[in-house]
Design a protein around this ligand. Structure first.
Ligand SMILES: Nc1ncnc2c1ncn2[C@@H]1O[C@H](COP(=O)(O)OP(=O)(O)OP(=O)(O)O)[C@@H](O)[C@H]1O
Ligand SMILES: [Mg+2]
Length: 337
C-alpha cells in the first residue's frame, strides 16, 4: 500500500499540514469522505509521521464481522470465554498498544458494540472477554467511514456520544470531482507508479482525448477509480472504449455530459486556481494550525461537557496549558451547559 497523498488542491495541502500537526499528539482522529478518497492513505500517513511509526498499525474492518466476533477481535478473550476459545487471544486494541488502531468503516459498527467502544474510550481500559484483568488502552485511535455520520445519528444508527468522542480531530477528504485540478498530477503519479510496478519499458502517455474525458467525468469511485482506469489503459484497453464507458456512467448517474471545448476551458481555469492555491501555502499552514487547535479544544470541551480537567485529559495536555490555550483562542473560560 502506497502512503503518498498526492495533490495540490488547498484542501489537500490543509490535510498535509494537519497530519504534520496532529501526528505527535495521538488525539482521536475521525476520517470522513466518500469511498476511494484516500482515508486509509491519511491514516497510514498519520502513523508513519508520528513517533509511533516503529509500533504497529492495526486495521480493523468494523463492517466485516458480526457483533460478537468483532467484539472478541477488538478486545480479545481468555481461554474458556466461550465454547471455541481453547486458548487466550489478545485483541487488536492490545496488539496496537503504543501504536495505531485504525477502526475502518466505523459507521457500520453494530450499535451494541458502539456502546462498549464508547465506554472503553471513556475509561481508557477494558477486560478481555471472559476475563477480569484490566487492560489499558494505549493505542492511538483513528476511525474512518464513508457514511454521513450525522445522518446516521439522526436516523438512530450511530451513537452521537461516540461520534463526538472519535471526532476530536476531523479530517474530511473531498471527492475527486471537487478537486479536478489534481487529476493531471494524480494521473502522472499513477502512470509512473504502474510503469515501475509492471517493469514496463514503454513510455506510456495519456492522450489528449483521455485527459479531456478525465476532466469531465464525475469519478464516483474517486481516486481509486482514477487509478484503476489508468491501469486499464496501461494494460492496453482502447482509449475510445474507456471514454465511452465513462460517458455511459455519467448518463447512468444523470450527470450532464459537457462538450469537449468547455471541458478544456474548465480544466484551464482549475489549473490556474490550483497555482494560486500553491502560492498561498504559507497562509494555509498558519491558518490550519490555529483552526485545528481551536476546533480540537472545542470538541474536547463538548465531549467533557465543559469540564476542563476532563477536556485536558482528552487533549493529552495539562490543565494549565488548556487554560492558556482557551484564553489564546478567545474561548470563554466560564461557559457551562
Ligand atoms: N491523494 C492520493 N494520492 C495518492 N494515492 C491516493 C490518494 N488518494 C487515494 N489514493 C489511492 O487510491 C486508493 C483508495 O484510497 P484509500 O484506500 O485510502 O480510500 P478510502 O477513502 O479508504 O476508501 P474506502 O472508503 O472505499 O475504504 C488507494 O490505492 C490509494 O493509494
Ligand atoms: Mg478505506
Amino acid at each position: 500500500m502506497d502512503h503518498q497523498l498526492i495533490g495540490n488542491h488547498p484542501s489537500i495541502q490543509k490535510i498535509r499540514e494537519l497530519i504534520r500537526l496532529v501526528s505527535d499528539t495521538a488525539l482521536n482522529v475521525l476520517l470522513l469522505g466518500e469511498t476511494g478518497t484516500g482515508k486509509e492513505v491519511v491514516a497510514r500517513l498519520l502513523h508513519t509521521s508520528s513517533p509511533r511509526r516503529e509500533k504497529r498499525f492495526i486495521k480493523v474492518n468494523c463492517a466485516a464481522l458480526p457483533l460478537t466476533l468483532l467484539e472478541s477481535e477488538l478486545f480479545g478473550y481468555e481461554k474458556g470465554a466461550f465454547t471455541r476459545a481453547d486458548k487466550f487471544k489478545p485483541g487488536k486494541f492490545e496488539l496496537a498498544s503504543d501504536g495505531v488502531i485504525f477502526l475502518d468503516q466505523i459507521g457500520d459498527m453494530p450499535m451494541l458494540l458502539q456502546a462498549k467502544l464508547l465506554e472503553v474510550l471513556q475509561s481508557g481500559e477494558f477486560a478481555r472477554l471472559g476475563g477480569t484483568e484490566v487492560v489499558k488502552v494505549n493505542a492511538w485511535v483513528i476511525a474512518s467511514t464513508n457514511h454521513n455520520l450525522e445522518q446516521d445519528i439522526r436516523e438512530g444508527r450511530f451513537r452521537e456520544d461516540l461520534y463526538y468522542r472519535l471526532n476530536i480531530i476531523k479530517v474530511e477528504l473531498p471527492p475527486l470531482r471537487a478537486r479536478k485540478e489534481d487529476i493531471p498530477v494524480l494521473s502522472e503519479y499513477f502512470v509512473e507508479k504502474y510503469r515501475k510496478e509492471f517493469e514496463s519499458t514503454n513510455h506510456f502517455q495519456l492522450g489528449g482525448l483521455i485527459r479531456e474525458v478525465f476532466g469531465a467525468y464525475h469519478w464516483p469511485g474517486n481516486v481509486r477509480e482514477l487509478s484503476s482506469t489508468i491501469i486499464r489503459l496501461m494494460l492496453g484497453d482502447e482509449p475510445e472504449e474507456v471514454k465511452s464507458e465513462l460517458l455511459a456512467n455519467m448518463v447512468a448517474d444523470r450527470i450532464s455530459v459537457p462538450n469537449v471545448g468547455t471541458v478544456a476551458e474548465k480544466a484551464g481555469e482549475a489549473e490556474e486556481q490550483a497555482k494560486q492555491g500553491v502560492m498561498s501555502l504559507k497562509a494555509v499552514k498558519a491558518d490550519a494550525a490555529q483552526e485545528i487547535e481551536k476546533k480540537a479544544i472545542l470538541n474536547a470541551l463538548e465531549v467533557a461537557r465543559w469540564n476542563k480537567k476532563e477536556a485536558a485529559k482528552i487533549l493529552k495536555i495539562s490543565y494549565k496549558s488548556l487554560f492558556n490555550k482557551m484564553h489564546g483562542h478567545g474561548i470563554n473560560i466560564k461557559r457551562r451547559f
